[in-house]
Design a protein around this ligand. Structure first.
Ligand code: FE2
Ligand code: FE2
Length: 238
């Protein structure tokens, strides 16, 4: 447990094995969640986006993003394997553990993909930022390597959306993407008053409450969308 003088850190899988089972179970749970959602996102959105990309330049970007998202799955899955998590448990559809609802949809087109990267990967950035101070050091290291790639994806999304909104058709496509995707995104941050989140914070695996992260996210997403002179749809009641 963390104390003022000596922060609680666990450096390796061997050190983790010496911790109470509650800690190991929580670390595995967060790794599985990242591994499943990175893969589900890559399959549902990033790989299909390559076919929708309108020019060689954007196909190049879409290919790089798909490669990196599959790579994120591989990075988290390796970490899970080192803790004895079965491969199937980290692949969506192979066990009862499901991906987030948003990754069960179908990609509607290029503009929608650009929106997903702009505001969806922003949600991922917040999650990865929180892991930079994680008590399990391999997760902290994974977050550090993953962060510049997630920032590249979000910056790509913002840049591509900024270009798209210069035409009437592109603007309609980007607004439609925001309307379709945004309502599902705050669920990334889990429930309010979550027992899981309380345990994650107790063990220094996560730093912030779900509510704090969600409010931060919605504010940052609003700034991005309104900068493009578009409208953020109202959220369903929590
Ligand atoms: Fe990712
Ligand atoms: Fe990403």
């Amino acid at each position: 447990m963390s104390t003022q003088s000596e922060p609680f850190v666990v450096n390796t899988p061997a050190e983790l094995a010496a911790q109470p089972p509650e800690y190991g179970d929580l670390v595995k749970k967060i790794i599985v969640s990242h591994a499943i959602n990175e893969l589900a996102g890559a399959i549902t959105y990033d790989e299909p986006a390559i076919a929708f990309a309108p020019s060689p330049y954007w196909k190049w970007h879409a290919c790089r993003i798909a490669m990196e998202e599959y790579g994120h799955h591989v990075r988290f899955a390796k970490m899970g394997a080192a803790l004895g998590v079965p491969q199937d448990a980290m692949i969506p559809g192979r066990t009862e553990k499901k991906s987030l609802n948003i990754f069960e949809g179908t990609l509607g087109g290029w503009a929608e993909f650009c929106v997903l990267k702009m505001i969806g990967d922003l949600a991922e950035i917040l999650q990865v930022e929180d892991l930079l101070a994680c008590s399990y050091v391999p997760l902290r290291k994974a977050a550090k390597i993953t962060m510049p790639e997630e920032k590249f994806h979000a910056t790509f999304g913002e840049r591509a959306c900024t270009e798209l909104v210069t035409t009437a058709e592109g603007r309609r496509g980007v607004q439609a993407g925001v309307d379709k995707l945004f309502p599902a995104l705050p669920a990334f941050f889990g429930r309010a008053n979550s027992r899981n989140n309380e345990l994650y914070r107790k063990w220094g695996i996560k730093q912030r409450t779900n509510e704090e992260m969600r409010a931060d996210y919605v504010g940052r997403a609003r700034t991005l969308v309104e900068k493009l002179d578009l409208t953020l749809p109202a959220l369903p009641a929590a």
